[in-house]
Write a protein that binds this ligand. Structure first.
Ligand SMILES: Cc1cc2nc3c(=O)[nH]c(=O)nc-3n(C[C@H](O)[C@H](O)[C@H](O)COP(=O)(O)OP(=O)(O)OC[C@H]3O[C@@H](n4cnc5c(N)ncnc54)[C@H](O)[C@@H]3O)c2cc1C
Length: 445
């Protein structure tokens, strides 16, 4: 693609979500002249970050916003457990340690935290909740960027990265029919993942990908990830490895956001189209398991499953925005869901017969469980490798001098599998700030 180089800056930031804005604010404050290109229009700016609610961070004591301490040892143990220790420990510990000032850093940039509330999935001690959610957080960061004089080019998609001898020179960007080239001394790629690119997903999932509902932004097409890989960046993570939650099948194709998430799974059972259970719904606390359910359902026929709960559980979990489909008997429920009544009745009968008596308690591993039943009831992670300075590492294991990455595009270094609620933003905030600082240092040096 050829285009005229019309502008230059010190640090070009590609993307407009949390990682991008953390990088932009940090680089501009360090004295660099920053530009941001965001493919979404202004009303949809902020990527998946605008759908978020909470962020996990290291802290030594309760504050007005969290109910108790979350020390490094516990944070690290939680991460090791969900990832099965498949993580780059050096980078993971860096994220944990550098998350300690996020409460005050975000406050200083206009974010307002919420006091701890009920119904926050056991997260009131470990995670900060944004007042007004991720949209308010992103608005605060954009407002801080405006006050610092950072130009934001909306509806502007970076299409191509131009490099010479492994060094970034410029990016070709497109807005509508207009193509131009922006030169910069360094670039930060914070353009999210490729979860909205259905043709790319099909390469790994086949036709099943057509049935996926993407509850995040439609603008994360992975074009920058592809560019980096084509320029020789070292990949990290599993392209089929995803942090995908169970979402209401009645939701829209894109951007359904948090209100389409189904949190009922650990309170009942989940069956596929053939009325078969396919995974242990009570394997661990929900914040450590909810992000595997999208991947589990993606492997079921027609990529659909049904979460079935007893009326006693209503009010104990955050409901979907769509009302539940209710019935007075299991057979009637099956008919309403267009499932085979005999098969659903048999699965539920078998489940109920295997349940051993116990005292139900969602705040601990309780003794309500099944016996003799199989299965028991007891974030697409492909990205680029980075080092601790957020430099993209190339296939010869050498870091690219002036190419930095932050957020979902490099989260696979730390979360190769598994997910910890609120940790996507932690990675993006910490690595966004590191990338901004290092990109500015390179540009000004
Ligand atoms: C519904 C939902 C709820 C979530 N809730 C939470 C939560 O509460 N806590 C948490 O920690 N995590 C949560 N996550 C995960 C979290 O959203 C991500 O980990 C995080 O937002 C990633 O930030 P990012 O800056 O890397 O990417 P994003 O915020 O997705 O930003 C990527 C940006 O890049 C832009 N872009 C893409 N390609 C280009 C291009 N070629 N040129 C220019 N711009 C481009 C996009 O428009 C977008 O603005 C949630 C995700 C979803 C979908």
């Amino acid at each position: 693609m050829t285009a005229k180089q019309t502008e230059t800056c010190d640090v070009l930031i590609v993307g407009g979500g949390n990682a991008a804005l953390c990088a932009a604010l940090t680089a501009q404050r360090a004295g660099a002249k920053v530009m941001v290109v965001e493919s979404a229009p202004q009303a949809f700016r902020g990527g998946n970050s605008r759908h978020t609610r909470d962020i996990r961070y290291l802290h030594a004591a309760a504050t007005g916003y969290v109910t108790g301490p979350y020390p490094e040892g516990e944070f690290w143990d939680d991460l090791s457990r969900v990832t099965g220790s498949e993580t780059d420990e050096r980078l993971a510990r860096l994220v944990i340690r550098e998350s300690a000032d996020l409460e005050s850093w975000a406050l200083a940039n206009g974010v307002r935290w919420q006091q701890p509330l009920r119904g926050t999935l056991h997260l009131t001690r470990t995670n900060l909740f944004m007042l007004g959610g991720g949209k308010a957080m992103m608005n605060a960061y954009y407002d801080a960027a405006r006050r610092l004089g950072i130009p934001i080019a909306y509806e502007t998609e970076a299409r191509e990265l131009k490099l010479r001898d492994g060094e970034f020179l410029s990016a070709v960007v497109r807005r509508g029919a207009e193509t131009r080239e922006i030169g910069a001394k360094s670039v930060v790629i914070a353009a999210g993942g490729f979860e909205a690119n259905i043709p790319w997903l099909k390469e790994y999932w086949g036709e099943a990908a057509e049935n996926f509902l993407i509850r995040g932004t439609q603008y994360n097409q992975g074009r920058m990830l592809k560019e980096l890989l084509e320029h020789g960046a070292k990949p990290v993570g599993d392209p089929r490895g995803c942090h995908a939650v169970a979402i209401d099948g009645r939701g829209p194709k894109f951007d359904g956001g948090i209100v389409t998430r189904l949190d009922c799974v650990p309170f009942g059972i989940a069956v596929n189209r053939d009325c078969r259970r396919f995974y242990d719904e009570g394997e661990d606390f929900w914040p450590k398991r909810y992000a595997i359910w999208g991947g589990l359902i993606a492997r079921q026929p027609d990529q659909i499953a049904y979460g079935i709960v007893d009326s006693k559980t209503i009010g104990r979990f955050i409901p979907s925005v769509y009302p539940p489909i209710e019935a007075q008997s299991v057979a009637e429920l099956a008919r309403r869901l267009r499932l085979e009544p005999g098969a659903l009745v048999a699965t539920i009968d078998r489940f109920n017969r295997s349940v051993r008596p116990g005292a139900f308690d969602m705040s601990r591993f309780d003794d309500c469980r099944t016996e003799g039943l199989d299965p028991p009831k007891s974030h697409w992670a492909l990205g680029v490798t980075v080092n601790e300075r957020a430099q993209v590492v190339m296939q010869d294991d050498r870091p690219a001098k002036n190419i930095f990455a932050a957020g979902e595009v490099m989260a696979g270094n730390i979360l190769r599998r598994g997910y910890l609620a609120g940790f996507g933003l932690t990675i993006g905030s910490v690595f966004g700030r590191i990338a901004g600082r290092e990109a500015a240092r390179h540009a000004l040096g």
